[in-house]
Every structure is written in structure tokens, then in C-alpha cells.
Design a binder for this molecule. Structure first.
Ligand code: ADE
Length: 221
């Protein structure tokens, strides 16, 4: 998996950001911080139960080393029982300088890591993946694309779904008619006020249909 993560970080929008010198992503393998000669980093849970638990020692060793080299705004543990990730959190994290993302790849990690080292716990959704690597890649992508200069068209990033608390309106491109399917006339009218108002209506309607929770005052954001 580290190899899959490495190629994702070198390609994709994250790779582009790195090439432009706008962001640096460094992968660390916890096995390099194993304390026993067999390079184990997990063990059975105290009290019994299925699955292996990532040990505290290699994680402390790795994070201690990183924190001795620079200061970090957050140590984020990716876990399905974390706080659900939103665009607002991504925007907040995009303003930070340095972040550590901690991905577990087993049943769990020793709670002492969470109690002492971790400052934020993030879930990328209400489903369970086999490890935190993909969630860490998702979080990295969502943050990096918000850094100024990474995505060529800054306006397109600001217009995304969720940026204004609404889902995105539909998009069309040439040709104006395809298999008898026509582009809504307003979009080819050149009337910018009418286009803006159509897009707002469409975004509101879609949000109402699909995500009414985003429109209610009781929504968590
Ligand atoms: N690790 C496994 N599943 C996850 C999820 N949904 N979000 C964050 N980390 C995870």
C-alpha cells in the first residue's frame, strides 16, 4: 500500500501541487520505526478479541521524530469513528502549515496514541475501509486542491458543490444539441444575470431533493 499511496501522491492533483512547489507530501512507513527485530508493529488486544492492534511505540517514535524537526498544526487520525469530513474542515485545514496524517491499517491502534498524540480524528464517511491509507489520500486531495495555485482555475474550486452550502448546478458543453438533447436555452442566451439565477435555482432544487439536511438550520455545520 505505501507504493500505491506514493504513486497517488506523485500523480493526481497532489502531484501537480508538489511539482509546482506548493505542497510537500512525505510518506513514512511505521515499519521503519518498529522496535523489535522482526519489525512487528502490531500485537493482540489486551482483554482478548479479534484482530491486531497497532502498537503505541512505533507510532510515538515516528511522530516524536517528526515533531522534533518542525511543529505541526494537527495530528490527524483517520478512523471511521472520527468526526465526519466536510468541505468546511477541508477549507480550515488548507490554511494550516504542517499536518501529520496517521493511517491505521489494522483493527485499531493503541488508545494511548489517540489520547496523547492525536489532535483530531476524521472519518471520510459512514462506511468502513480496511485501512486509513485511502482516507488519508482522500483528505490530502481535498486539502491540496484548495491551496492557491494548485488548480488552474481558482474560480472553479470556489464554485464547487458545498462551497456555498449548496450542491452544484448542472453543467453543459458543446455541442448545443446532442442526440436530440438540448442545452437549456438560458445558458446560451448570453444573459449573465439570468444564467446566475438559473444556476442558483437548480442548485437549490437539487440540494432540496438530495440533501435537505444541508438547508436546515440544525445541520451540524
Ligand atoms: N479507516 C477505515 N475506514 C475509514 C473511514 N470511513 N474514514 C476514515 N478512516 C477510515
Amino acid at each position: 500500500m505505501p507504493q500505491a499511496l506514493a504513486s497517488f501522491m506523485q500523480t493526481s492533483i497532489v502531484g501537480r501541487g508538489q511539482e509546482k512547489g506548493l505542497v510537500e507530501v512525505v510518506l513514512h512507513n511505521l515499519h521503519d520505526y518498529a522496535t523489535d527485530k522482526f519489525k512487528h508493529i502490531d500485537d493482540t488486544p489486551y482483554g482478548g478479541g479479534a484482530g491486531m492492534i497497532l502498537q503505541a511505540e512505533p507510532i510515538f517514535a515516528c511522530i516524536d521524530k517528526l515533531q522534533s524537526e518542525r511543529s505541526y498544526d494537527d495530528v490527524i487520525f483517520l478512523t471511521p469513528d472520527g468526526v465526519r469530513l466536510t468541505q468546511n474542515v477541508c477549507a480550515e485545514l488548507s490554511l494550516t502549515q504542517n499536518l501529520i496524517l496517521l493511517a491505521g491499517h489494522y483493527k485499531g491502534i493503541d488508545q494511548r496514541v489517540r489520547d496523547v498524540l492525536v489532535t483530531r480524528e476524521v472519518s471520510i464517511g459512514d462506511y468502513v475501509l480496511t485501512g486509513g491509507e485511502l482516507p488519508a489520500a482522500v483528505l490530502t486531495d481535498a486539502i491540496v486542491r484548495l491551496l492557491p495555485g494548485v488548480v488552474g482555475d481558482a474560480e472553479s474550486v470556489l464554485d464547487d458543490s458545498f462551497m456555498h452550502g449548496l450542491l452544484d448546478s448542472p453543467h453543459y458543453t458543446k455541442p448545443a444539441e446532442f442526440r436530440g438533447l438540448k442545452v437549456p436555452e438560458v445558458l446560451t442566451s448570453g444573459n449573465h444575470a439570468a444564467i446566475r439565477s438559473w444556476r442558483e435555482d437548480m442548485a437549490r432544487t437539487k440540494t432540496m431533493e438530495r440533501r435537505p439536511d444541508m438547508l436546515s438550520d440544525t445541520h451540524e455545520e
